[in-house]
Structures are given as structure tokens and as C-alpha cells.
Design a protein around this ligand. Structure first.
Ligand SMILES: [Zn+2]
Length: 463
């Protein structure tokens, strides 16, 4: 919308005052982030969850310190006894008639691999970047929310609900339960999901589409027990080899997904240049890209299938035996407009139908998360566009996201009419989920300012 046609009413406090407060508070924001990074808050099923409990307590303490009330650490009670990570809930009542804004982020982190140059749980600043697991995903989201509340202080003109999840990195297994149990405390007019990324350093973004996600665990067996590879090799192929052949059928010779019923569902207006993708993903020079069509469409509007885990004999334990069993975890990304359950079923069927050499194949389906698209013309979107433009001095890019935030779908279904905003602090070099994860401190500061501006703007009634 053109601001000349619709002059924006002044916000309280004004832009320069908010900018001053964010600058003054920034050391405190950074101190919060450092404390979060120092806790290895892994939610992975095999991890020790004691630190995750500690990080929930820390988030609760930090939330109280910026004025959040009725702060409580919550877990879902599920019938099936499904494990649920500790989430932090709280509210700040708004003036009568003011909208309520739900601030979402997560405090759990991904496990670490061994490709770190620094200790992942010792926050380490190098130049403009702060390194550590969770520095970007999603400790940055947590401190942006709290930093915006700190900057606004008693000038806050909207109601606030805070939800900092403790199980996002394992697919939010109990989010739907939590939503049901605490619907009254999570209810809001607008939700700000601070768990996405920006276009590049200096250019903010609003994410307008997300792929869904579904995982499947495939087990393949060929014999009752291991046998001698010299005595039986030849007529009997081993399980890891056959599983590799089976998995190879999931893509065509160009590397596009070759599962019946799965294909592209849309087109992106925004271009994602190939050289940028190559730099962002650190792709080796000789490696060809897979699939067909514009890269943005392949990333945001097409399915993808990856092998994210494989159980076979370790090379160091290799012996002359034919392995009887192998196991793989397959991850499917589901493009917007496609039903995640149906997409998962399509892969399930494909794997069973393509069992090579009559091998016994069984498939365990994970809980799928649905894809999501956002309207680009909502009042909240307009307010966010203004806030980001003001904070960065540059208009945000409307981008897709290949990643998944399944709870967006659950929120939209539970609170019809809720305006979802997907923001974030990550830039293309943040390396979420990888070694050397980091956040750019200039971007972090702008993100805090943008969210403070957004909350101030949402407090101004639309005339
Ligand atoms: Zn995240």
C-alpha cells in the first residue's frame, strides 16, 4: 500500500526514541543470547533433556524480567504418553480493545556435528558474528521477542501472548495438544513466528510460503542373520546394498523426485540465482544441481526427498559378512498446496512397491507437518512491511522457504482469522542445523528494532 495515500498515524514512542532504546538495551539482549547458547538444550530423543529443562527455566526468568506475567513452563498431556518438550507460556494484558500478538520462538536446538571451529556451547564473537548452537536458530528469535518487549516497556500498546517452544527441532510432537490445553492463553489476533530468515545481510524478508515435512523410517531385511560373504555372496545381495538400490528409485536420473503423485505445485516470482545457491549451500564446483525449472521453484514449490539417516555396518567394524538388515530415515518436504499425509502415503507406497529382489521392507511413518502459505495483503503484513522497511532502510523481500514450521498450520486452524507473520534473524551464512552456526549482530539489532516498531504499529488503530 502507498503510504502517500494512507498516511501512517504516529506510533508511541516515536521511531527515533525506539531506536535509541534498542541501542541502549542491546548489550542486555546479547547477554540473554549468550546465556541461551551456553545451555546445550537438545530436544533430540536420544539426548539428555536436563539442559533443555534448564533452558526453559532460563527463558521463563528472562521473560519475567521484561514484564511478561503468568509465566509458566508447560508440557502437553497426551493420551499416548508421547514425549513433549518444556515450553514457556506467558501473557501481558493489553489496553481494552487492543489486539493481542502471540510471540513465538523455540529454545530447543539441533544436535551438534563435529565440524565446528569453536565450542558450540561457548558463545564466541568473531567480528560481527556470534557463533554457537542456537545463536541463530532460534535463540535469536527468543531474544528478539524479549528485546522488543524490553524496548517498549510500559509503552506497550497491545496485548501479548508469549510461547517459546521446547520441541520444535523434533517436529513439535505435542504442539497440537498444547494448543488445545492452553487455547485461552495462546489466543491472539496476530502471531509473529520468529524462526525464519532474511534475504541477505542488509535486506530483510517476510516469508510467505513454507513446505511441509514428513519422515519415514524404512527397514529392509534379506535373511534371518548375518552370513559369510565368501560362502554366500553372489546369489544373495546384502541389505545395505538393496536398501541403497531401493532409495535410488525415489529420484529420476536428473535427481527430480520420481514418486507417483508428487510434483511441483506453484511458481515463485522471486528468482534465486544459481551462483547464490552454490555459495549459500557451499556446493563443490563440479556438483550438478538436481531437478528441473527455476531454482526458487525447486526449493519452495516442489517436493524434495533426502536421506537423513542410514544404519549399516560401520566401516571401522567391517567384516566379511552379508548384513541381514539395514535401516534408513527418509525426509520428505511437501510443497504448498499438497496434503502432507497424502504425500507421505505416496512415498510409503512407492518404497513398499519397489522392494528390490523381494526383500522384506517395512515402513514407519512419522507425524507429518502441513505446508503453509500466507496472504500478502493482510493488515499485519502491511504493518510488518513498514516495520522492516523502517528498521533496515530497505523494503523486505517476499520469499518462500524450503523449510517447515508445521505449527503455523495448527495455529491457523485453531484460531481462524489469525494473521501469521514469519520473520527471523538468520541470513544465508547463519548455517542453522550445521557446524559454525552464527548470527549477524547488526541484523539482530535491526530485527529487535523491527519487532518493537511492529508492536507499536499494531497498537495504532487502523482508520
Ligand atoms: Zn528453528
Amino acid at each position: 500500500m502507498n503510504s502517500a495515500d494512507h498516511p501512517i498515524p504516529p506510533i508511541v514512542p516515536d521511531i527515533e526514541e525506539l531506536r535509541r532504546r534498542v541501542d541502549d538495551d542491546f548489550p542486555a539482549v546479547l547477554a540473554d543470547l549468550n546465556r541461551l547458547i551456553a545451555i546445550p538444550s537438545l530436544s533430540a530423543p536420544t539426548a539428555d533433556h536436563t539442559p533443555l529443562e534448564r533452558s526453559a527455566e532460563l527463558v521463563a526468568t528472562m521473560a519475567k524480567s521484561v514484564g511478561v506475567q503468568d509465566v509458566e513452563i508447560v508440557r502437553a498431556r497426551t493420551e499416548a504418553g508421547v514425549w513433549g518438550g518444556p515450553g514457556v507460556l506467558g501473557r501481558i494484558p493489553g489496553p481494552p480493545g487492543a489486539p493481542t500478538v502471540l510471540l513465538y520462538a523455540h529454545h530447543d536446538v539441533q544436535p551438534v556435528t563435529d565440524d565446528w571451529d569453536t565450542d558450540p556451547f561457548v558463545p564466541t564473537q568473531v567480528g560481527d558474528r556470534l557463533f554457537g548452537r542456537g545463536a541463530a536458530d532460534d535463540g535469536a528469535g527468543v531474544v528478539v521477542h524479549l528485546g522488543a518487549l524490553r524496548a517498549l516497556g510500559s509503552d506497550l500498546g497491545v496485548g501479548i501472548a508469549v510461547f517459546i517452544e521446547g520441541e520444535e527441532e523434533v517436529g513439535s510432537p505435542t504442539f497440537a495438544h498444547l494448543l488445545r490445553e492452553h487455547a485461552d492463553r495462546l489466543a491472539a489476533d496476530v502471531v509473529v513466528v520468529a524462526d525464519s530468515d532474511n534475504w541477505e545481510i542488509g535486506t530483510p524478508a517476510l516469508t510467505v510460503s513454507l513446505r511441509g515435512v514428513a519422515e519415514l523410517t524404512v527397514t529392509l531385511r534379506v535373511s534371518q542373520h548375518a552370513v559369510h560373504s565368501g560362502m554366500f555372496g553372489g546369489p544373495l545381495l546384502d541389505a545395505p546394498l538393496l536398501l541403497a538400490r531401493l532409495l535410488a528409485t525415489l529420484h529420476d536420473s536428473d535427481g527430480a523426485v520420481a514418486v507417483a503423485g508428487l510434483g511441483p505445485t506453484g511458481h515463485s516470482e522471486l528468482a534465486y540465482p544459481e551462483d547464490r545457491l552454490r555459495a549459500d549451500a557451499a556446493i563443490l564446483p563440479g556438483v550438478r544441481l538436481a531437478g528441473h525449472g527455476p531454482i526458487a521453484d525447486r526449493l519452495w514449490w516442489s517436493p524434495s526427498i533426502d536421506l537423513i539417516g542410514f544404519d549399516a555396518t560401520r566401516v571401522d567394524d567391517a567384516s566379511g559378512t552379508i548384513a541381514p538388515q539395514a535401516r534408513a530415515r527418509v525426509s520428505l518436504r511437501v510443497p504448498p498446496g499438497m496434503d502432507a499425509v497424502a504425500a507421505q502415503e505416496a512415498v510409503h507406497r512407492h518404497v513398499v512397491d519397489h522392494a528390490p529382489f523381494g526383500a522384506e521392507v517395512s515402513v514407519d511413518d512419522g507425524v507429518p507437518g502441513e505446508p503453509f502459505t500466507l496472504p500478502t495483503d493482510s493488515p499485519a503484513m502491511e504493518a510488518a512491511t513498514w516495520a522492516l522497511t523502517t528498521a533496515w532502510g530497505r523494503e523486505p523481500v517476499l520469499q518462500g522457504q524450503g523449510g517447515s514450521i508445521p505449527l503455523t498450520h495448527d495455529l491457523a486452524r485453531t484460531f481462524p482469522g489469525i494473521d501469521v507473520l514469519l520473520t527471523g534473524v538468520e541470513d544465508p551464512d547463519s548455517r542453522a542445523h550445521s557446524g559454525n552456526e552464527s548470527v549477524h549482530l547488526g541484523e539482530l539489532r535491526r530485527a529487535v528494532l523491527a519487532e518493537a516498531l511492529l508492536l507499536a504499529r499494531l497498537a495504532v488503530p487502523v482508520s
